[in-house]
Structures are given as structure tokens and as C-alpha cells.
Design a protein around this ligand. Structure first.
Ligand SMILES: Cc1cc2nc3c(=O)[nH]c(=O)nc-3n(C[C@H](O)[C@H](O)[C@H](O)COP(=O)(O)OP(=O)(O)OC[C@H]3O[C@@H](n4cnc5c(N)ncnc54)[C@H](O)[C@@H]3O)c2cc1C
Length: 387
């Protein structure tokens, strides 16, 4: 086809976009200023959402999560855990939230099942005495390292994909419908550019003459020694720090913290966060109160700050695809934030559709039906959490 597209950023957004476009037959060059997978994606909670966590707040997000939960399990089954999650309720909980939760999940079509506290404790013996009952949901653990690594190898073996790691974009110029991009290694020419650089979005956009204001919500997942559960345990209640417990190989991740900033900064987990995490999680699984804290995974949720841009859902917390223009003319440049790892494949499909529309090329997305092979020797490239 000989259409050259640059994808900037090798997190789940950039990887999914590169794969979607590569499967449609475009020539793809994927750039990352570090190693692929060094960003938020491999530091996140690792929940393949079913939508249950969002159903009471945002039906459309919940529906998308449910759709993608099913697709991701089909295309990368080797990265996804087997066990369904438990959303737990306490004996003294007020009934309103539960009623709303059950009705909202029903509206979305999320298959949830009410189970007794005793049955939940049979399967998860560390659950605390105040659990009265729980809802089993299709939320699953996803190993984000395996996910990223699977995408990476899938792309690497394709003849129409080139990957440049440790490569930073230095400048960009749009001329005669082409982007000329200089990096620290070479100069390239592209027909289309996708900026999916996560928390680097603002900085990269500036090189393309765009000003995108983001807010940064720092989140840490505390990493505890040992496994406290064999599945995701989460509170069936409005979200709070420490209300998600995720088994991760030999460890347990609990979080997430929430610190919003206007500027990019360094916000790590602090003593107060740890106290809150232990308290909230300790009500679900008492052992969380005194388990050994080994480390934390800290990353950032990037959201659009300027409401003058509109995204697909009109909601800053959902995904973002900005199609840039100059004086009403499209300039073959998109800026993309996936919002959630769970829905990145869907967001990439939308990006692929826009690219095809602008270039007047009829090629359909194949990512929902094309499995990604299990790669070998994952641990050689990614150290899992701590060595
Ligand atoms: C604490 C926390 C927990 C979360 N938990 C979940 C969860 O359980 N489930 C879920 O679905 N979602 C979760 N999310 C959201 C999810 O992690 C993110 O939406 C997703 O990982 C973002 O992917 P990304 O590709 O945009 O960003 P990233 O993974 O950060 O990738 C961006 C890439 O761009 C590169 N880059 C940056 N600047 C440049 C540049 N100048 N030039 C070239 N490359 C550049 C970076 O090196 C990086 O590799 C969580 C988020 C947080 C913060």
C-alpha cells in the first residue's frame, strides 16, 4: 500500500494502534523514547475490567469494558487469569449502592452472580468476618508485562513494522501533506502521525505545533509480600484508595492512590497512603493490615484539562482521540489517550477507522479476530515487579 504511518509511544495505546494499522496493511514505524512498555501500562493495577466498577457511573464505559474484556480474553488468553472477581459487601452496608450496582450491571449486560459470604470465604479463606456476601463478576487479572511483550513480538515479526526504541522525536514539520520528523537517530517522512505517548503527550504535541493541556492523576499500587487472594477482590461500594486487591504472581497489589496535579511531577506512595490502603483493604482481607510492603508501582493517569476539546464521550475520564486541523484542514495528525488499558484495542480500532477515512482507503480492522501468539522468554526482557 506504501502509506507510511508513525506511531509515537510504545505503551498499550501505541502498540494496539500499530497493530491495528499494520493488520490493515500500512507501513508502521513505532517510536519510544525508552524501551517499549516502560510507561503506565506495566505499572497499572492489572485489572481486565468487566465494566462492573464503572456501571453505576458511566454506562458507556462499562459497556466498552465488557466488550473488550471478552475480546482481550480471546486474542491474548495467555496474559489473562482464570478466576472471576469478587465484589464484596459488609454486614452493615446500606442497601442503596448494591441496588444501583445490580441494576446498572444488568443494564450493561454484565453477568454477575450473588454468592454468600460463606461460599466466598470457602474460595478465598483470607476474607474477613464482616463480609456478608459478594458478587462474582467477569473482571480478570491481566499480566500487563505478558500483554505488552506479546504485542511487541507480534509487531516485531511483521515485515511492514519497524520499531525504534530509545528514540526521541526532536522536531516535526508538515509540508505537502507529509510530516517530516527528525529524531536523535535519523530523519523520516510520514503520511500520518499518531501521538500516543501517554504522559509525554503534551511535550510531543508541542513539536507538532499543538498545545494540549493535561491533568495528571498519579496512582500507586502498593506491592505486598505473598498472595492474599487468588482473584481480584474489590469493594462493592463507591471507589476508595485501597479498595482493589489484585494477586500478581507471588505478590499482591493493592491500590490505587489518587493525587491530581496540573504539571508532570514525581508523586510516590506516602505513609498516609499506606495507612489508608492497609485500613480499607484490611477490612476486606485483615492480613493486608500487617503484610510486608515491598515496593510500589507508581504511574500516572493522563486526562485532558482543556474542556474546549471534545472527546468521543464528552467525558475527560474516558478515552481521547483528537484529530488536529489547521484552518479547518486536517493535517493527518491524531493525539490519543486510551483511558484504560482494557479498552485500548477498541480505541486503536477507532484510530484505524479515522486514518482510513482521511486517506480514503477501505480496510477494516482485524484486531478483534486475530489472536496474538504467546511469546517465549518473557522474563529476559521484563523483570516482573521486583527481581
Ligand atoms: C495506578 C493506575 C492503575 C491503573 N489500573 C488499570 C487497570 O487495572 N485496568 C485498566 O484497564 N487500566 C488501568 N489504568 C489505566 C491504564 O494503565 C492506562 O490507561 C494505559 O496504560 C495508558 O497507556 P498508554 O499507552 O497511553 O501509556 P503508557 O503505557 O505510559 O505508554 C506511553 C509510552 O510513550 C512513551 N513516550 C513518552 N514520551 C515520549 C516521547 N517524547 N517520545 C517517544 N515516546 C514517548 C513512554 O516511554 C511510554 O512507553 C491504571 C492507571 C493507573 C495510573
Amino acid at each position: 500500500m506504501n502509506v507510511k504511518i508513525a506511531v509515537i509511544g510504545g505503551g498499550i495505546a501505541g502498540l494496539s494502534i500499530a497493530r491495528d494499522l499494520a493488520l490493515r496493511g500500512f507501513d508502521i514505524t513505532l517510536f519510544d523514547k525508552q524501551k517499549i512498555g516502560n510507561g503506565t501500562t506495566t505499572q497499572c493495577a492489572g485489572m481486565l475490567h468487566s465494566g462492573a466498577r464503572y456501571a453505576t457511573k458511566n454506562l458507556r464505559t462499562a459497556k466498552l469494558c465488557l466488550q473488550e474484556n471478552r475480546i482481550v480474553q480471546k486474542i491474548v488468553p495467555h496474559a489473562v487469569g482464570k478466576q472471576k472477581a469478587y465484589f464484596v459487601r459488609y454486614t452493615d452496608d446500606e442497601p442503596e449502592y448494591e441496588k444501583n450496582f445490580v441494576e446498572s450491571c444488568k443494564k450493561v449486560g454484565i453477568p454477575i452472580k450473588k454468592i454468600s459470604g460463606d461460599y466466598a470465604k470457602q474460595n478465598e479463606p483470607m476474607l474477613g468476618p464482616q463480609i456478608s456476601h459478594a458478587f462474582e463478576t467477569p473482571d480478570k487479572v491481566i499480566d500487563t508485562f505478558t500483554l505488552v511483550f506479546s504485542y511487541f513480538y507480534d509487531l516485531k515479526k511483521r515485515s511492514n513494522v519497524k520499531i525504534y526504541e530509545n528514540t526521541e522525536i526532536k522536531s516535526a514539520k508538515f509540508d505537502k501533506d507529509k510530516w517530516e520528523m527528525k529524531t536523535n537517530k535519523a530523519t523520516f517522512s510520514f503520511d500520518f502521525v499518531i501521538n500516543s505517548s501517554g504522559d509525554g503527550l503534551t511535550q510531543v504535541s508541542k513539536l507538532f505545533g499543538r498545545n494540549i493541556e493535561l491533568s495528571y492523576i498519579y496512582g500507586s499500587m502498593a506491592l505486598f509480600s505473598g498472595r492474599l487472594s487468588s482473584r481480584i477482590i474489590t469493594r462493592c461500594a463507591p471507589n476508595a484508595t485501597g479498595d482493589v486487591i489484585v494477586p500478581a504472581h507471588k505478590y499482591t497489589l493493592i491500590g490505587s492512590t489518587w493525587h491530581e496535579r496540573d504539571k508532570r511531577s514525581v508523586v510516590k506512595i506516602n505513609k498516609e497512603d499506606e495507612k489508608e490502603i492497609r485500613e480499607i483493604a484490611g477490612n476486606m482481607i485483615p492480613k493486608a493490615r500487617d503484610s510486608k510492603l515491598l515496593s510500589s508501582l507508581t504511574s500516572v493517569r493522563t486526562h485532558l484539562r482543556d474542556d474546549s476539546y471534545s472527546d468521543s464521550f464528552g467525558n475527560k475520564r474516558d478515552f481521547l482521540i483528537l484529530e488536529h486541523q489547521d484552518n479547518g484542514k486536517y493535517i493527518n495528525l491524531l493525539s490519543v489517550l486510551p483511558g484504560k488499558m482494557t479498552i485500548a484495542r477498541y480505541v486503536a480500532e477507532q484510530v484505524g477507522d479515522i486514518v482510513c477515512k482521511r486517506l480514503n482507503i477501505k480496510k477494516k480492522s482485524k484486531t478483534a479476530i486475530t489472536p496474538i501468539k504467546k511469546p517465549i522468554n518473557i522474563s529476559r526482557r521484563f523483570k516482573f515487579y521486583i527481581s
